[in-house]
Design a protein. Structure first.
Length: 42
């Protein structure tokens, strides 16, 4: 495996982690907003 291939693989892994991170962040925001809505209803 040469240097360029290593960089490509690392980039791919990094991209996957970033995508997961964004998805998790979206879920957190959604959950927080749902909690706010419940609080208003009480």
């Amino acid at each position: 495996m040469n240097e360029l291939e290593k960089v490509c693989v690392l980039g791919e892994i990094f991209n996957q982690i970033l995508t997961l991170d964004k998805t998790f962040y979206q879920l957190m925001i959604t959950a927080r907003n749902e909690n706010k809505t419940e609080t208003i209803l009480e």
